[in-house]
Design a protein around this ligand. Sequence first.
Ligand SMILES: C[S@@+](CC[C@H](N)C(=O)[O-])C[C@H]1O[C@@H](n2cnc3c(N)ncnc32)[C@H](O)[C@@H]1O
Length: 251
Amino acid sequence: MDLKAVQENWNRFGKTDPFWAVLAWPGMEEGRWEVDAFFATGREEIAEVMALIEQLQLQPAPIKALDFGCGVGRLTQALADYFQEVHGVDISESMLALARELNQHADRCHYHLNPRDDLSLFPDNEFDFVYSTITLQHMPPRYARSYLRELMRVCKPGGVLIFQIPSRPKHPVQRALRPLKPTRLWRWYQKLRYGDQPVMNMYGIPKENVMHLIEQQGCHLVHVEPDQRADQAWESYRYVVEKPLTSPKPR
Ligand SMILES: C[S@@+](CC[C@H](N)C(=O)[O-])C[C@H]1O[C@@H](n2cnc3c(N)ncnc32)[C@H](O)[C@@H]1O
C-alpha cells in the first residue's frame, strides 16, 4: 500500500464513519459516537499522558505541541489544555474538515494536511511536545520509520516525544506468516472482499528496531511500556523519548 492508497482509505473513513474510524469501540459504529463522549476520551488520554510525563520528571515547555495523525482533533483539542499552541497533522482531508468544524480553540489549534512521507512543512526543533497514537500502526513500516525520524527532527532539544506503535502480532502463526503475505495479492483479496469500503490495515515495527532508530537519531529513550490501544492481536508499545539539549548529529 503506497501513501496515496493510505490517503484514499482515510478519506473514505472520514466521509463514512469518522469517529468510529478513530476509536473503533464495539457498539459505536455507524455514527453512534456522541460528540461530547468522543472528545472526553481525548481529554482522559491526554491527562494520563501528562501524569506520565510528570512521573518521569520530564518538563516540556508548555508552549508548542504537535499531534501527528490528528484525525478529527480528539487529542489536538485536549492538548490545548496544556500547551499554548497545538498543530494537528493528518493525511485525510475529510478528517481535517471535521476537525476544523469541531475546533473549540480556533486561535490555538491549527490543522495541516500533509500528503507527504516527511514533515518538511515544519522546520527543525519546532515543538516542545510531540504526540502520536494509533496512527503509525496504519501505514507500511517504511513510512512509519520516515515519520519517526521526522518527529524527532521537529522536536526541540529538551522536548519530549511520545508515540505508540505495535511491535509484532501476538500469535506465533500470524507472526511467522506476516512477512510472507504477498502485498499485491492481499490488496486484490481486500478489493474483492470489501470493494470500495475503507479497510483498517495494521502494521508494526519490532520494538528493538524502534529503539535502534531512536538511538540513531541521537535521542534518548526514557521509558517504554506495553500499550493496549492497538488491535488486540498485536503486541504494542508506548515510547517516551527525550531530545537531548545537545543532540549528536543523527547517524
Ligand atoms: C485511528 S485515527 C487516530 C486519530 C488520532 N490520533 C486520535 O487518536 O484521535 C488514525 C489517523 O491517522 C491518519 N493517518 C494515517 N496515515 C497518515 C499519514 N501518513 N500521515 C498523517 N496522518 C495519517 C488518518 O487519516 C487518521 O485520521
